[in-house]
Design a protein around this ligand. Structure first.
Ligand code: NAD
Ligand code: LMR
Length: 328
């Protein structure tokens, strides 16, 4: 029997939590022979704690063979103790009519506290995925609040944007997502993101040979970039099952390897492609042996570069806005 992987999950009583925990416990994240211990962190108020107890009862009732334990705490240091993976989901989600920037102040303090707690008690190799929005800047805050952990341990979730891009291309081209390789989404998880088809292939041919450039620029890009709002409009709540599924994809590929496939991850920039060092930015990556690498040496068109500048400017302004919190 393998040693269990300790997975901390924040916001377990929320919508994404409810879609995520059961899949982790069933083996979808690390494979069918890898036990897990879930370490839950929920807010310390009676309603949230009552709800999390209900989720834990349901986890028990699934009798998952791979679930080696579940602990619940409202103390970040306890919940992150020795964690190998930390999924930072818990945050206030955007509701109808609210812009992501409005979330910045509401959520920044959470990620200062959680970054400090990770610094103190998580495994030194902990793989952190920030899902709670605005996820790139929240990941940056957590990273800066955890100076003793390597910066590259902190990532944010753009995999949902890559998955959305692939689904749209598959539908347009009449192919399946399995026929598509090398899609990428650069930048911020916000409407300023840059879905990039310029390197993508469908059935081994350049995607833009079969897909009309005007449709790509004028329809596909805004559809993917504003999909979060479209889901909120349709469901009355932000995406949950698809977000949980993307979180599984992100961590599974980071831990088990992506092979030749590109996987979009929000990672601290190493200065590649002119993205200022340290900004947590969506890049196409490949993963191997538990490490990711940004795909280097791609030719970027002026069209893509100009859009990337918007994401850079947005992330710099978010970073400057929250930087004062770190000084406290
Ligand atoms: P939700 O409101 O249903 O659940 C959030 C949960 O987090 C609640 O149970 C809440 O009590 C808990 N929580 C809040 N503050 C906490 C804290 N400090 N510590 C621990 N738990 C805390 O929201 P949801 O639908 O599950 O969404 C969660 C977050 O994920 C939101 O910020 C949302 O915008 C974001 N999101 C990101 C993506 C992405 O692609 N990056 C996609 C969808 C949603
Ligand atoms: C999403 O992309 O579905 C989420 O980030 C929700 C949102 O606020 O856009």
């Amino acid at each position: 029997m393998k040693t269990p992987i300790r997975v901390a999950v924040t916001g377990p009583a929320g919508n994404i939590g409810y879609s995520l925990l059961f899949r982790i416990a069933s083996g979808a994240m690390f494979g069918a022979d890898q036990p897990v211990i879930l370490q839950l962190l929920e807010r310390n108020n009676p309603d949230s704690q009552k709800a999390v107890k209900g989720v834990m009862m349901e986890l028990d009732d699934c009798a998952f063979p791979l679930l080696a334990g579940v602990v619940n705490s409202s103390d970040p240091k306890a919940a992150f103790r020795d964690a190998d993976v930390a999924l930072l989901v818990g945050a206030r989600p955007r509701s109808k009519g609210m812009e992501r920037a409005d979330l910045l102040d509401a959520n920044a303090a959470i990620f200062v506290e959680q970054g400090r707690a990770l610094d103190e008690s998580a495994s030194r190799d902990v793989k952190v995925l920030v899902v709670g929005n605005p996820c790139n800047t929240n990941a940056w805050i957590a990273m800066k609040s955890a100076p003793s952990l390597p910066a590259e341990n902190f990532t944010s979730m753009l995999r949902l944007d890559q998955n959305r891009l692939m689904a749209q291309i598959a539908a347009k081209s009449g192919k399946t997502v399995n026929d598509i390789v090398h899609p990428a989404v650069w930048g911020n998880h916000s409407p300023a993101m840059v879905p990039d088809l310029e390197h993508a292939q469908i059935c081994g041919r350049p995607a833009l040979e079969g897909i009309d450039r005007a449709w790509y620029e004028e329809t596909l890009i805004p559809t993917v970039a504003k999909r979060g709002s479209a889901i909120i409009e349709a469901r009355g709540a932000s995406s949950a099952a698809s977000a949980a599924s993307a979180a599984i994809d992100h961590i599974r590929d980071w831990v088990l390897g992506s092979g030749d496939r590109w996987v979009t991850m929000g990672v601290p920039s190493d200065g590649s492609y002119g993205v200022p060092e340290g900004l947590v930015f969506g890049f196409p990556c490949v993963t191997k042996n538990g490490k990711y690498e940004i795909v280097k040496g791609l030719e970027l068109s002026d069209f893509i570069r100009a859009r990337m500048q918007k994401s850079i400017a947005e992330l710099e302004s978010e970073r400057d806005h929250v930087a004062k919190l770190l000084a406290k």
